[in-house]
Design a binder for this molecule. Structure first.
Ligand code: NAD
Length: 490
């Protein structure tokens, strides 16, 4: 018998497993695919390797701006993919080694809850191969502790039992019912991330959310003619309006065609590629491209997860949870994309740690998690806490202070595009409520704001920190400087 069975080995599941093992829980981790989940295999890490290749390509192409004379660079997509693969392999081996060291029993196969009361999980499939499989790690965990037996009537399956189960099964791309979305050359990020053919001449992206704009940045840098079709009036519509507007202008300046308020009605095969028909304010339009990326969101993944009578409360595909991430079935928890609260790797990790500590009987951290959102475009985009509009909606008297990156030495000397940092703070106390960043290193600098919000710091306290010069993070000091030092601090 285990103390905890975790289903899904993405950053939610494997980090929860490390924490559970650290707290002394005998832990089983069930995974049907490769360790690392969407983030490592089909999401954050592969995308960021492509983004890095695109940035290096642009740096070399534009090196003349810094006085360096080079030839014209070219893309070798096979080598780009080889770098992606070796990055993923290295990180995967690291996770497998850490799981082994933590004595987590990794069971390779598909997990199904077959008895919600007794907390029985049936694992079906490819047990026994590779590093970190049931055989190896169950031994590491101590005599196959949690395997209650091969099911005689279902060969190739193993039953695991524990008082608690943590679901961390992630999400899959959601494909809208657009006629022609099954044509060859129409892909989701799951397939497109592995593209190793000749650089594309043209690419049409349906959806101007996070995936859409990150891929637009990559392929525009590679020299592809990119078109984005977004149904809503703005790109990255769930973030601060100014971020979406600034991103649209930046992408357009680089040559990306951005259509917002565009409703796609059909994809058809044409001689020159795939023809997309869409409606805009002024009527029906067409656009043809060599390939189409569908990036219209993701949906929680629960296929085959629950046997009959084992399904917890759900709403539109997502597993409903309380403040401890416990589902409507006591002892069954759900963290990360599968509960649909945030579809972000670091949110899954944070939720997993909280759920495991609750399972282990530790007191809850009374402070809420402030989850930063990051988009790896150029310039980078990041946001944490409230926007000015959200503060207003909540009836909070708030102000915002915006500074431009054009006076920052490091931004100027590295020839960065013009960007900004905006800080939202409570009018009376100057307590920091949120921040929105559109500038180089935004995805690193946002952590300072997350920490400040968590520690309930004022603008003055944030401005009082001495930051190095020259650095991008000097902008944080400037953004927080709204009143003379010493005033309004605790
Ligand atoms: P998303 O929800 O961010 O964006 C999807 C966009 O597609 C929306 O703006 C929506 O209005 C639009 N859309 C939907 N149907 C459409 C249609 N028929 N025609 C035109 N537009 C349409 O989803 P995503 O970009 O697919 O990303 C999926 C999830 O993965 C997100 O929740 C995201 O947070 C996560 N993710 C995060 C990162 C990161 O943190 N950097 C990177 C990639 C993905």
């Amino acid at each position: 018998m285990f103390d905890l069975i975790i289903i899904g080995a993405g950053p939610g599941g494997y980090e929860a497993a490390f924490e559970a093992a650290r707290l002394g829980l005998r832990t089983a981790l069930v995974e049907k695919g490769d360790l690392g989940g969407t983030c490592l295999n089909r999401g954050c890490i592969p995308t960021k390797t492509l983004i890095h290749s695109a940035e290096v390509y642009e740096e070399i192409r534009d090196a003349g701006r810094f006085g360096i004379v080079t030839g014209t660079p070219s893309m070798d997509m096979k080598a780009v993919q080889a770098h992606r693969k070796s990055t993923v392999d290295t990180l995967q081996k690291g996770i497998a080694a850490r799981l082994k060291a933590a004595k987590v029993a990794v069971s390779s196969g598909k997990g199904t809850i077959v008895d919600a009361e007794k907390k029985l999980v049936r694992v079906t499939g490819n047990m026994g191969d590779g590093a970190g499989t049931a055989g190896d790690d169950a031994e590491a965990a101590g005599n196959n502790a949690g395997t209650v037996g091969d099911s005689a009537d279902m060969p190739g399956t193993v039953l695991l039992e524990a008082p608690d189960i943590l679901l961390a099964t992630g999400s899959v791309p959601a494909i809208p019912p657009i006629p022609g979305s099954d044509l060859p050359g129409v892909m989701t990020s799951d397939e497109f991330l592995f593209y190793d053919g000749e650089p594309l001449k043209s690419l049409l992206i349906i959806g101007g959310g996070v995936i859409g704009v990150e891929f637009a940045g990559i392929w525009q840098a590679f020299g592809t003619k990119v078109t984005i079709l977004e149904a809503l009036p703005s790109l990255i519509a769930n973030m601060d309006r100014e971020l979406g507007q600034s991103l649209k202008l930046s992408l357009q300046k680089k040559g990306v065609a951005v259509h917002t308020g565009a409703k796609v009605s059909a994809l058809t095969q044409a001689e020159e590629g795939i023809c997309c028909t869409f409606e805009e304010k002024d009527g029906e339009r067409h656009c043809t491209a060599q390939a189409v990326l569908i990036a219209t969101g993701r949906r929680p993944y629960t296929e085959g997860l629950f046997a009959e009578d084992c399904t917890p409360g759900m709403e539109r595909g997502r597993v409903l949870v309380d403040e401890h991430y416990e589902t409507s079935i006591p002892g069954i928890y759900a963290i990360g994309d599968v509960n649909g609260q945030f579809l972000l790797a670091h949110a899954a990790t944070a939720q997993g740690l909280r759920a495991v500590r609750h399972i282990a009987g530790l007191p809850d951290d009374p402070k809420p998690d402030w989850i930063p959102s990051c988009i790896y475009t150029s310039p980078e985009i990041a946001s944490v806490g409230l926007t000015a509009a959200e503060a207003k909606e909540k009836g909070i008297a708030a102000k915002s202070h915006k500074i431009l990156s054009s006076a920052n030495g490091k931004s100027v000397l590295t020839l960065q595009e013009r960007g900004f940092i905006k800080v939202v703070y409570e009018e009376q106390t100057h307590r920091i409520l949120g921040a929105q960043l559109f500038c180089a290193r935004a995805t690193d600098m946002v952590s300072e704001f997350a920490a400040a919000i968590r520690e309930e710091q004022t603008m003055e306290e944030m401005a009082a920190v001495v930051r190095p010069h020259p650095s991008f993070c000097e902008m944080i000091t400037e953004a927080a400087r709204v009143s003379p030092p010493g005033t309004l601090s605790r």
